[in-house]
Structure formats: structure tokens, C-alpha cells
Design a binder for this molecule. Structure first.
Ligand SMILES: Nc1nc2c(ncn2[C@@H]2O[C@H](COP(=O)(O)OP(=O)(O)OP(=O)(O)O)[C@@H](O)[C@H]2O)c(=O)[nH]1
Ligand SMILES: [Mg+2]
Length: 244
């Protein structure tokens, strides 16, 4: 499989007024089959198959879009910054406006898997912006704050929204951020407790998504199926559990 190196890109953001993302269903974007094209403008999501998906300055074999969703204040931006930069955004809470993204390339069993991670605004007034991005997402990380019951109570509403706007085969994982004890099996989703502050299970959450996505499009018939539930149960640190 061919590999690609494209100009460095830290990420970008799309204001509430930005155009809709291009539609490509839930097909992964492989550099080897990419159409040539200019970099997408920084305030718009990249077009499928264009070199902008290669931003980040790294070679990659396959690219996927991952979206972070959940109520305002649950820690989506902090989780992404922790994953991308290994740092915790302490201090004043600055709510995301519109939508923002960062790229990161992971080595998944010898293959370079690029995740383009979209950080959405949890505030209600940006909900229509978020809706427009669901259809392009290959995976969704739904976050709630384990110290905020209201954010937990919102899970069902988020799931309803996901069902309405996302692809039917989207990979979905629930993350209880700001870590506490206990297990959650209620929604039957792969689940982990994370802490953007302490870095708990953050890399693992994204790696689990990358492994699942990579296997969905690359698995050889003889290869055993990747078990997302088993993987996060086995590899998760601290309190983590999932549906058997
Ligand atoms: N203790 C603790 N605080 C956290 C953690 N993650 C985020 N926070 C804090 O929670 C607040 C909100 O974090 P953000 O990441 O900005 O929340 P968000 O989900 O992006 O919010 P919106 O952009 O409004 O949707 C900030 O004050 C963070 O410092 C965590 O794991 N532990
Ligand atoms: Mg945010």
C-alpha cells in the first residue's frame, strides 16, 4: 500500500457559519487512492480523498474521522489536547465555539492510521453545526462528566441525535471523563473512564477506535476479528468496564 506525506497542519476550526462537510459516507480515506487536490481552506473540513487529510506531516496508510460529542464542560477539548499534546488545559474553562479539529497518526499493528479528530461545541446553540458533521464521522466518542449528573442524564438525548444524524455503522464509544469509580453497562456501548487531567485511558480510547476502524477496512479473512470490548477491558487502567 502506498504512503503519503503531506504538508504539516496543526488542525483548524470551522465557525458556526461554515459550509457543510463533503459527503463520503463512512468510507475511510486511503492515500493510495486519493484524488489530487488543493488543501481545504482552514475553516472547512477537508474534502474526502484530498491531501488535506494527510496534514500532520506524517506518512499514513489510512485516515478516519473521529468526532467528540457531549455536553458543554465534560472535557472534550481537554481530552483532545491531552491526546494530541500530552498536556492538560488547566485554568479558565473556554467553551469551544463551532467546531475544531486536530490530526494525529497512530501506529496500529505496523500500519499508520491517521485520526482526524473533530472537537464539537457542547453548547446547545451550536447543535445545528454539529449535526452537519455527523454524517462524515467514522467514529464518535460520546463523553459525559462523572462529576456532573446532568451530563450523564444527557446521554440518551445524544444517542438519539447520533442515531438520527450519524452513519448507521459508526463506531461509538462512551467515555466517563474526570474519572470516578464504578461501572456502567446501561447503554451497552464500549465504555471507559478517562481523565484528561491525569491522562488516564486517553491514548487507549483513541487507539481502541483506530484499531476498530483499521480492522473494519483492512481485515484479512483469516485474521481474527478485533474485539473492542475485550481490548479496552484488558488494557484499561483504573476503573473501566464494558458490556461483555
Ligand atoms: N478534574 C478534571 N477536570 C477536567 C478534566 N477534563 C476537563 N476538565 C475541566 O473541565 C472544564 C471543561 O473542559 P473542556 O474540555 O473545555 O470542556 P468541553 O467539553 O470541551 O466544553 P465545550 O467546548 O463547551 O463543549 C475545564 O475547566 C477543564 O479544565 C478531567 O479529566 N479532570
Ligand atoms: Mg470544548
Amino acid at each position: 500500500m502506498s504512503r503519503k506525506k503531506t504538508p504539516k497542519s496543526k488542525g483548524g476550526s470551522a465557525p458556526a457559519t461554515s459550509a457543510l462537510p463533503a459527503t463520503h459516507g463512512s468510507q475511510p480515506v486511503r492515500p493510495g487512492t486519493a484524488r489530487p487536490g488543493p488543501e481545504a481552506p482552514p475553516n472547512r473540513p477537508p474534502q474526502p480523498g484530498r491531501s488535506s487529510l494527510g496534514g500532520g506531516g506524517d506518512f499514513y496508510d489510512v485516515a478516519f474521522k473521529v468526532m467528540l460529542v457531549g455536553d458543554s464542560g465534560v472535557g472534550k477539548t481537554c481530552l483532545l489536547v491531552r491526546f494530541k499534546d500530552g498536556a492538560f488545559l488547566a485554568g479558565t474553562f473556554i467553551s469551544t465555539v463551532g467546531i475544531d479539529f486536530r490530526n494525529k497518526v497512530l501506529d496500529v499493528d505496523g500500519m499508520k492510521v491517521k485520526l482526524q479528530i473533530w472537537d464539537t461545541a457542547g453548547q446547545e446553540r451550536f447543535r445545528s453545526v454539529t449535526h452537519a458533521y455527523y454524517r462524515d464521522a467514522h467514529a464518535l466518542l460520546l463523553l459525559y462528566d462523572v462529576t456532573n449528573k446532568a451530563s450523564f442524564d444527557s446521554i440518551q438525548a445524544w444517542l438519539t441525535e447520533i442515531q438520527e444524524y450519524a452513519q448507521h455503522d459508526v463506531v461509538l464509544m462512551l467515555l466517563g471523563n474526570k474519572v470516578a469509580n464504578g461501572c456502567l453497562q446501561e447503554y451497552g456501548l464500549p465504555f471507559m473512564e478517562t481523565s484528561a487531567k491525569m491522562g488516564l485511558n486517553v491514548d487507549l480510547a483513541f487507539m481502541a477506535i483506530a484499531k476498530e476502524l483499521k480492522q473494519r477496512c483492512m481485515k484479512a479473512p483469516s485474521e481474527p476479528r478485533f474485539q473492542l470490548h475485550d481490548y479496552i477491558k484488558r488494557e484499561g487502567r483504573g476503573a473501566s468496564c464494558c458490556k461483555p
